[in-house]
Design a protein around this ligand. Structure first.
Ligand code: ATP
Length: 517
């Protein structure tokens, strides 16, 4: 990436994207209580906080997506009104949200110039635009054909292109909302490297929301922590330890919670509640993306499936609940043939899948959390042909409490923060009383405190309640911490051979996946 520090001609003490005393309320509830932060040129500010702390809301007030109820935003000493994303772009602020915004059906070059096409004498300058797009991609180390559809490229490439396009629009400040949740190992490192370079070599100011403190400490100059809509920490990373950040966000009890020894241990097979889980055996499964998957998941244990994005790990889980077409192979549950045709049939057989795509095929956004949890189990609460609403809601309330869903569970689930929506999804799965639980990235976007809690719960479901759990995660640390057995998936297949104990570090996992790819 080429160097070149931005010359803004602004007095140094005023340079920066600054939010002053930002206040925001939703339906009478204050979610930001007068928060002030500064994103300085050449600096990466990491923003952390528990689910629902107000991180996205704060970021959105700086990106023009949300108008604050009070407070002001200044860019390089000048107050700006950001009533729309267009206003923020004009002020030199670019934003990359978790849900990517470029259009997969357009080519890379068309995306780069979307809404900003180069014309001369009323004619589109196709060649010039392609050339510029090529140079931009090369600048970011991306090997892409700018005439190909964006959708042909993997999510890691698209994520970097989002940043490239944002910067191409002359942004001086970059806002990133959990940018690495869909990336794995090496892609994350690459992405963070780009962020670092943008700040240190181009003088950009970057605000990055990220739950993963490892990543944050690898790239940020400063860290800011929000707790219940108030700024608790705002310091240089060398002035505040990770532990202090964790305690600020998740409370004192999180101090000891981190080590995995705290998690329930695997119980001997005999101790597992009889009949709670089902032995899942998959042999030579093939389909449009599966090339031969073989594995065994046992009651009372967590089987971790690790593979790179695109390895087929999600397709494998989806095929186990009838969401992917199968061409060949066999599946059995406790030795009995099992061929699911859809998730409802899978649920009747005791197999429940928790999707990573909660927006696309997870929760029903306009319904409240309680109804979302209750939906798949309505039939269980039928008495004499009538629905027992009270019992139904009681069970759903219990589950949302158990999962510590923060926010009003009687409001549409879309109004909850991302991490809390994820918890609702898990509560819904548990309401279905699964015997085999298939979890796809269950802690995506979940804060540190709840993440530990969910890890503990997954292990307890297997080790104490005897369920059969299959866990897909692109976080190597998560797989190592939670899974009892680990198999690697690549090219749509796996031989089901478990990694030996001495091969179970995050580094080993990454290595195994890349050598298999
Ligand atoms: N459009 C909205 N309508 C009503 N409430 C909202 C809306 N957007 C956010 N909230 C509420 O504001 C609070 C802060 O949400 P926000 O998304 O900013 O949290 P967050 O810190 O980004 O959380 P997460 O880590 O889970 O993404 C939450 O209680 C959320 O339910």
């Amino acid at each position: 990436m080429s160097a070149g520090r931005m010359a803004t001609g602004v007095r140094e003490d005023r340079a920066g994207l600054r939010a002053h005393d930002i206040m925001k309320r939703y339906s009478g509830v204050t979610v930001l209580h007068g928060v002030s932060v500064a994103v300085r040129p050449g600096e990466v500010l990491g923003l952390v906080g528990h689910n629902g702390a107000g991180k996205s809301t704060l970021l959105r007030t700086m990106s023009g997506a949300t108008v604050p109820d009070a407070g002001r935003i200044e860019v390089d000493g000048r107050e700006v009104t950001l009533a729309s994303p267009r206003d923020s772009l004009a002020a030199g602020i670019a934003t990359v949200y978790q849900e990517l915004s470029l259009l997969p059906n357009l080519t890379v070059a068309q995306n780069v110039f979307l809404g900003d096409e180069r014309t001369a004498g009323g004619l589109l300058q196709g060649d010039a635009m392609r050339k510029e797009a090529r140079a931009l991609a090369a600048d970011f180390g991306l090997e892409v054909d700018v005439d190909r559809k964006l959708g042909d490229y993997p999510v890691a490439t698209r994520q970097l292109l989002e940043v490239a396009v944002a910067i191409h629009r002359d942004a001086r400040y970059l806002l990133l909302d959990e940018p690495t949740t869909s990336l794995e190992g090496r892609q994350v490192e690459n992405f963070l490297e780009v962020v670092r370079t943008l700040a240190s070599e181009r003088g950009m100011g970057v605000l990055m929301v990220n739950h993963k403190l490892d990543e944050l400490y690898a790239v940020a100059d400063r860290v800011a922590a929000l707790v219940d809509g108030r700024l608790r920490i705002d310091a240089r990373v060398d002035e505040v330890s990770r532990e202090e950040v964790i305690v600020a966000i998740a409370g004192e009890e999180a101090r000891e919670a981190a080590p995995s020894e705290q998690l329930p241990a695997a119980s001997p097979a005999a101790a597992v509640a009889a009949g709670a889980g089902l032995r899942l055996e998959v042999r030579d499964l093939t389909g449009p993306t599966l090339t031969g998957a073989t594995l065994t998941a046992e009651p009372g244990r967590v089987l971790g499936l690790y593979g790179l994005v695109g390895s087929g790990r999600t397709e494998l889980l989806r095929s186990l609940v009838g969401l992917e077409r199968l061409a060949g192979g066999t599946i059995t549950l406790d030795g009995r043939p099992y061929r699911p045709t859809n998730p409802a049939a899978a649920q009747r057989a005791g197999v429940v899948y928790v999707t990573e795509e909660r927006k696309q095929d997870g929760i029903v956004a306009q319904l409240d959390s309680i109804t979302n949890v209750a939906l798949p189990v309505l039939l269980r609460h039928r008495r004499l042909g009538l629905l027992d609403h009270r019992a139904l809601r009681r069970e759903a309330h219990d589950l949302t409490r158990r999962l510590q869903v923060r926010g009003d569970v009687t409001n549409p689930v879309a109004s909850l923060s991302g991490g809390n929506q994820q918890k609702v999804l898990l509560a819904r799965a548990l309401a279905q009383r699964p015997r085999v639980l298939l979890l796809d990235e269950p802690t995506k976007g979940v804060d540190i405190g709840v993440k530990t809690e969910i890890h503990r719960m997954i292990r307890a479901l297997a080790h104490e309640e005897g369920l059969t759990v299959v866990l897909v995660s692109s976080e190597e640390e998560e797989i190592c911490e939670v899974a009892d057995d680990i198999v690697v998936v690549s090219h749509g297949g796996t031989d089901g051979v478990r990694l030996a104990d001495h091969e179970r570090s995050p580094r080993d996992l990454r290595h195994a996946a890349w050598t298999a790819a």
